[in-house]
Design a protein around this ligand. Structure first.
Ligand SMILES: Cc1cc2nc3c(=O)[nH]c(=O)nc-3n(C[C@H](O)[C@H](O)[C@H](O)COP(=O)(O)OP(=O)(O)OC[C@H]3O[C@@H](n4cnc5c(N)ncnc54)[C@H](O)[C@@H]3O)c2cc1C
Length: 300
C-alpha cells in the first residue's frame, strides 16, 4: 500500500463551541467516533505509537484550537477562568497570572519546551489525564473547577472528582472541556512549583509538586497540593493538607509528615524512575514546602 492509499481522517474546524458540541452529540448518537484535537501534542504522538488500522473507518478530527469560547484567560475579581484551548505559552506570559499565581506560570514554563508550550493546552492535559501531567498537578493545588460543555449546557466538576482512574476522567463522550476556573490565591500566599525530571526541558516528571499555602491573620488557613507521577491519578495529598492547617506546619515532626506523604501516594517502578526514589523525592519536596510555611504577620 502506498502513502496515498492510506485512509485519512475527516477534518472539521467548528466555528463555535455550540457547533462543536452539536457535531459531537450528533455523531455520538449514531455511534460514530470523534476526536477533539487542541494542540495535538498528546493525540498526534499517540497516533504514531498506535499505527492506523488499515481499512477501518477513522474518527473525525474536530480541531477545537480556534474556538473563541475556549481561548484566553479572564480574571474577574478574585476568580480566574482559563480557556481549555489557551496554550502554556499564553499562560506563562499572562501578567496577572504571573503576579497572582506564579506557581502556575512556573509550571507552564517547565512543560516540554517552547514548541510544546506554543501548542499544548490545559484542556488537553486534563483530558489525557496522565498521572505525570504537570498542568493537572498545578490545577489540583488550586482546587480548580473543570467546566465542561455539551448540547445540554454546562457542568462544573471539582478537580478532586475529575480523575476517576488511570487516564480516566469524569468527562462524558459528548462533553468538551470549555474552561478551568479557580479562586486566585490570597495576596501573600506562598506558592511552589517543583519538577524533578531527567533534565530541565522536554522531560516528563519523575515527581512534581505544586503547592499553595494561604494565610489569614498570620495563620496558615489553607494548603492546596497537587503531585504528579506518584499515583495512578494526580495526587491531592489530603492527609498532608490537613496537617498543614492543624496542628500547623511548624508543629509536624518530619517522621509524621513522611508517614502522611506515604499514606497519600502510591508510586510505582517504571521506565522513568523507581517507587522508592519517587517516595523519597515526594517526602523531600513536601518537607521543603512545609519548612517555608512560616506564620506571617500581615498577609491577608
Ligand atoms: C515532547 C513532548 C513534551 C511534553 N512535555 C510535557 C510536560 O513537560 N508536562 C506535561 O504535563 N505534558 C507534557 N507533554 C504532553 C502534552 O504536551 C500535554 O499533556 C498537553 O497539555 C496536551 O495538550 P494538547 O492541547 O496538545 O492536547 P491534544 O493532543 O490536542 O489532546 C489530548 C487529548 O485531550 C483531548 N482534548 C483536548 N482538548 C480537549 C477539550 N477541550 N475537551 C475535551 N477533550 C479535549 C483530545 O481529544 C485528546 O484525547 C509533552 C508532550 C510532548 C510531545
Amino acid at each position: 500500500m502506498s502513502l496515498a492509499e492510506l485512509p485519512l481522517h475527516g477534518f472539521e474546524r467548528p466555528a463555535s463551541l455550540a457547533d462543536a458540541c452539536a457535531t459531537l452529540s450528533r455523531r455520538a448518537g449514531k455511534g460514530e467516533e470523534t476526536v477533539l484535537v487542541a494542540g495535538g501534542t498528546d493525540w498526534v504522538v499517540s497516533q504514531r505509537l498506535a499505527p492506523l488500522s488499515l481499512g477501518g473507518e477513522l474518527p473525525l478530527v474536530l480541531d477545537i484550537s480556534r474556538i473563541p469560547e475556549l481561548l484566553g484567560v479572564k480574571i474577574a475579581g478574585e476568580r480566574a477562568a482559563i480557556g481549555a484551548a489557551a496554550t502554556y505559552f499564553e499562560i506563562r506570559h499572562h501578567s496577572a497570572l504571573s503576579r497572582r499565581v506564579p506557581m502556575l506560570t512556573a509550571m507552564a514554563r517547565d512543560v516540554g519546551a517552547l514548541q510544546i508550550q506554543a501548542r499544548g493546552t490545559l484542556g488537553g492535559n486534563l483530558a489525557t489525564a496522565s498521572p505525570a501531567a504537570d498542568g493537572s498537578a498545578a490545577l489540583m493545588a488550586l482546587d480548580a473547577d473543570v467546566v465542561v460543555a455539551s448540547v445540554h449546557g454546562e457542568r462544573r466538576i471539582p478537580i478532586a472528582q475529575w480523575f476517576t482512574g488511570y487516564r480516566r476522567t469524569a468527562r462524558a463522550a459528548d462533553e468538551i472541556i470549555a474552561r478551568i476556573e479557580f479562586t486566585l490565591p490570597r495576596t501573600g500566599a506562598h506558592q511552589v512549583w517543583r519538577k524533578v525530571g531527567t533534565r530541565a526541558a522536554q522531560s516528563i516528571s519523575k515527581v512534581a509538586l505544586a503547592a499553595v499555602g494561604e494565610y489569614e491573620r498570620g495563620r496558615c488557613v489553607r494548603v492546596g497540593l497537587g503531585m504528579g507521577s506518584v499515583a495512578p491519578v494526580t495526587a491531592a495529598l489530603p492527609t498532608v493538607r490537613a496537617l498543614a492547617v492543624s496542628p500547623g506546619p511548624l508543629a509536624v515532626p518530619d517522621d509524621q509528615l513522611d508517614a502522611a506523604v506515604r499514606r497519600d501516594i502510591a508510586p510505582i517502578d517504571d521506565v522513568r524512575s523507581t517507587a522508592a526514589y519517587r517516595a523519597h523525592v515526594a517526602s523531600a519536596l513536601v518537607r521543603g514546602f512545609f519548612r517555608t510555611l512560616r506564620p506571617v504577620s500581615n498577609a491577608g
